[in-house]
Design a protein around this ligand. Sequence first.
Ligand code: F0G
Length: 490
Amino acid sequence: MKTNSTGHQPGPVKNSHLTNDAPTSEAVESLSTVSLRCTECAALYPGIEGGASPRYRCDCGGVLDVEMQFNLPRTQTAPFDIYANFDVDSDLLPAAGAKLRQIFDERASTPPIWSTSADKLLLDHSGVWRYRELILPAPEQFIISRPEGNTILYPVGMENCGPGRVGHRQIGVYAGLERLFLKHEGENPTGSFKDRGMTVGVTMAQLLGARAVACASTGNTSASLASYAAQAGMRGIVFLPAGNVAGGKLAQTLAYGATTIQINGDFDDAMQLVERVCGELGIYLLNSLNPFRVEGQKAIGFEILQQLDWQAPDWLVLPAGNLGNTSAIGKAFRQAYELSLISHMPRFASIQAEGANPFYRSFKQGFASREHVQAHTVASAIKIGNPVSYTRARRVIEESDGIVEEVSDEEILAAKNIIDRSGIGCEPASAATVAGIRKLVERGIIKRDERVVGILTGNLLKDSLTGIPQGSDSVVVEANIDAVRKALLK
Ligand code: F0G
């Protein structure tokens, strides 16, 4: 959407319950090394503009990307703090990269101390703030963290699964891969990957003095926003497509106490409205249009690399809706490569549902045009027809020699059945990952011996009813031993 009407308005309607206070000088100072770059026209803005309302878009309407000068650690070969941005080609980067790996590994091996709050050790235990040098230079006292991350990377390939894991191995057999890992982001505090972006988004809201935060959502972002806003003592406001949000996600959002506005329309309508109302009323917008959310989601990539001992996989495969996650994980791998944390970039495969496939359609035309669709799919989380992060995600696919694939609802549900029956389980949108991998292996694009990481984005309990096979193994019997015996021996 090319519009300038909502992205950056210097004078919202003031409302003391909703509008930000001015950011403190400490907040402004802490973000002095952070800028925002337009992904369309390359215009550059400061990360935080004292006195003005937050900026989510360029004046040209393009979405923004955070650019940071990294304060890299001291090393023996680099005795001074060196600042690197990606225009600087420095011989010192390999040493600084090794040092960063060491710092991150030390933090990961430190047990958390729960008796002290807001302690550095708690931040070290967060699978986002552990990588804080590459995420956001926020002063500790502003950080709102559960903490999040530290999700399991399940080895499920035919070869790397290991003996005894008969159930998990079924996924590798189904996908046709020897070395497959599934990163289960449904193991985050509110049950989806959204918590990683949200901890950074709500921390930015704190830095800006926000009283209220808002998003449009297919359900997971809203649950995450509601939880983190409650923790920060802010008002959470969410816009949902009425009748199109899975029960578990709606229940979470309401329970955490967010003001919930259900729109008679789809996600894309809700997205346009929330952007507009946030601009008008000065509410802090926390969709992935907000570039700081993307910075937090990058941590999925860093945590995968750390779990693989900093050996990048050959492929990274994930479901794609609004395209925030493709943008974020792609950026993480690019930065890890440019900072010499890893020696090669994986190829990216973004998987869309056939009925919600605008990114796939654009990809098929060599990205000659940006497509929109009226979205339909059983995977309500990715029922999105006009993805906001199109330009950011397109860059990831192009730079990584990646691919966009589509899968039918039947393929999504078949893959979900395999993942559920393996004992791991996930929500329908997440299963698009495994359905997509299987298709790409069958087409010979992913080779059977390549090392592949797939992302499972949400927990099984989020959408517990969709895709449960007819005639599942559940019977009601009388409360006597004869009836029970009969049911079991049938
Ligand atoms: N998987 C799940 C479970 C999701 O909730 C989402 C997005 C995606 C995949 C797609 O990620 O949008 O970054 O490409 N959910 C958003 C929401 C739209 O509002 O919860 P994406």
